[in-house]
Design a protein around this ligand. Structure first.
Ligand code: PGA
Length: 253
C-alpha cells in the first residue's frame, strides 16, 4: 500500500526564528488533528534543519526533508551539503530536481540521477520532482517530456530502490502562479507516470509508489485533487508557510 504524503516546501523563506515557530505550530496541530495514515514532511532551508529536527522528533507523524543535496560524498565543494550531514541530523527525505533547481541552477537529468543514487545509498528517500513548462504543455508533448525525465534520472534503479523514491509531478506553469492543474489534468499525468513505472517495474511496484501533485495546491483545491485515484498527496509551496493552511491540506484526505 502506498503512503499518503503532504510535504511543505518552504523554499528560501523564513528566518530561523520564524521557521522554528512555524514548525512548532505545525507539529502541535498535526499531533492533535491529523490521522496516522497521512505523513507530513517539512522541507526547510538547510540552516533550519538541525533545530527543526528536534521539534519533529516529538511527533510520529511529521518528518524532515532537505530541499537539495550534493551528488558528492564529501570534500572540496564549497557551499554544498552532503548526504552524511543530512543523515547526522535525522533528515529522512530530500527534494531532488525541483523545477527551480533545474531552471536557475541548471541541474540536468544525469546530475539528478547521481543525486538520486547518493541519497538512496545513504538510506534517505528522494522526493523526485518532474513536470513540464507551459510551452511543452501547449505543444502537447508533456507526457513524453515527463516520462523522459523519469527514464533518465530513475530508470537505472532496481525495483527495491525505486520503492524508496517518492515522485512529485509539478507542472511548472502551476508553481507559484495561482493556476492549479485541474484535478483531471493531475490525474491524467499521475496515471501516465504510474503506467510508465509499471512498464519498467511491473504493476505491483508501480502501485506502491507515492506520486504527489505540486503547483498552487491549497486548502480549497486539495480535497478535489486528493480525491483522484493516482494522486497520493501534495508538495506544497506557498500554502505550507502558514501552519493552518498546511494542516488543512493534510486533513483533505
Ligand atoms: P506552490 O509551489 O505550491 O507555491 O505552487 C509548489 C512547489 O514548488 O513545490
Amino acid at each position: 500500500m502506498r503512503k499518503r504524503i503532504v510535504a511543505g516546501n518552504w523554499k528560501m523563506n523564513k528566518t530561523l526564528d520564524e521557521g522554528l515557530a512555524l514548525a512548532t505550530e505545525v507539529v502541535n496541530i498535526v499531533n492533535d488533528e491529523v490521522n496516522d495514515d497521512v505523513m507530513a514532511i517539512l522541507c526547510t532551508p538547510f540552516v533550519h534543519l538541525s533545530q527543526v529536527a528536534k521539534i519533529v522528533s516529538g511527533s510520529e507523524k511529521v518528518f524532515l526533508a532537505a530541499q537539495n543535496v550534493s551528488e558528492h560524498a564529501s570534500g572540496a565543494y564549497t557551499g554544498e551539503v552532503s548526504v552524511d550531514m543530512l543523515k547526522s541530523i535525522d533528515v529522512t527525505h530530500v527534494i531532488l530536481g525541483h523545477s527551480e533547481r533545474r531552471e536557475y541552477y541548471h541541474e540536468t537529468n544525469a546530475q539528478l540521477a547521481a543525486k538520486v543514487d547518493i541519497v538512496l545509498a545513504g538510506n534517505l528517500n528522494p522526493i523526485f520532482c518532474c513536470g513540464e513548462s507551459l510551452e511543452v504543455r501547449e505543444s502537447g508533448n508533456h507526457a513524453a517530456f515527463v516520462t523522459n525525465q523519469l527514464e533518465e534520472s530513475l530508470f537505472h534503479l532496481s525495483s527495491a530502490e525505486m520503492l524508496n523514491v517518492v515522485i512529485a509531478y509539478e507542472p511548472i506553469w502551476a508553481i507559484g502562479t495561482g493556476v492549479t492543474a485541474s484535478s483531471d489534468q493531475a490525474q491524467e499525468m499521475h496515471k501516465t507516470i504510474r503506467s510508465f513505472l509499471a512498464s519498467k517495474y511491473g504493476q505491483s511496484v508501480a502501485d506502491d509508489i507515492t506520486i504527489l501533485y505540486g503547483g498552487s495546491a491549497k486548502p480549497s483545491n486539495a480535497p478535489e485533487l486528493f480525491s483522484k485515484p493516482d494522486v497520493d498527496g501534495g508538495l506544497i509551496g506557498g500554502a505550507s508557510l502558514k501552519a493552518r493552511d498546511f494542516v488543512d491540506i493534510l486533513k483533505s484526505y
